[in-house]
Design a binder for this molecule. Structure first.
Ligand code: AMP
Length: 134
């Protein structure tokens, strides 16, 4: 069982940003920017491009909805999308609010936001996600 499956099962805490029956979104614990969110399929697959076409398409559409909620909660130029998967073997999409290209630099020092800021960040994204008419 991956760490992300344990998060989805509620065995490990996370800052939830969005959920439906197939996907779960939560804050990256070491964010590149406030609002940095991970989108994962509940179905455990290591490599994102091993998902079947329908599931990959559905995950992208779910990520789009989460990105809209992030942008609403944390105004930014655009929300960037990246897939690495070198650390956690459970497919996931990074969504990162961008003001500049450097905000997507995964080599830079990560932010350490206090728990109350993380909780408030997730609550704002979740609220925007749940209001979204899509
Ligand atoms: P990568 O697999 O290279 O895309 O990186 C995995 C990402 O997951 C990193 O950005 C980590 O900060 C993040 N991460 C790892 N464990 C957790 C966790 N328990 N909660 C939230 N984010 C995590």
């Amino acid at each position: 069982m991956t760490i992300f499956s344990k998060i989805i099962a509620g065995e490990i805490p996370s800052y939830k940003c969005a959920e439906d029956d197939k996907f779960y979104a939560f804050l990256d614990i070491n964010p590149l920017a406030q609002g940095h969110t991970l989108v994962v399929p509940k179905h455990e697959v290591d490599y994102i491009f091993d998902l079947d076409d329908a599931e990959l398409a559905a995950m992208t559409v779910f990520a789009k909805r989460v990105a809209k909620a992030i942008k609403q909660a944390f105004p930014c130029r655009k929300v960037g999308m990246a897939v690495l998967g070198l650390e956690v073997n459970h497919a996931h999409i990074h969504l990162i609010p961008l003001q500049s290209e450097g905000d997507m630099d995964f080599r830079k020092d990560k932010l350490k936001l206090p728990a109350d800021v993380m909780a408030d960040t997730a609550a704002r994204i979740l609220e925007a996600f749940e209001k979204d008419a899509l």
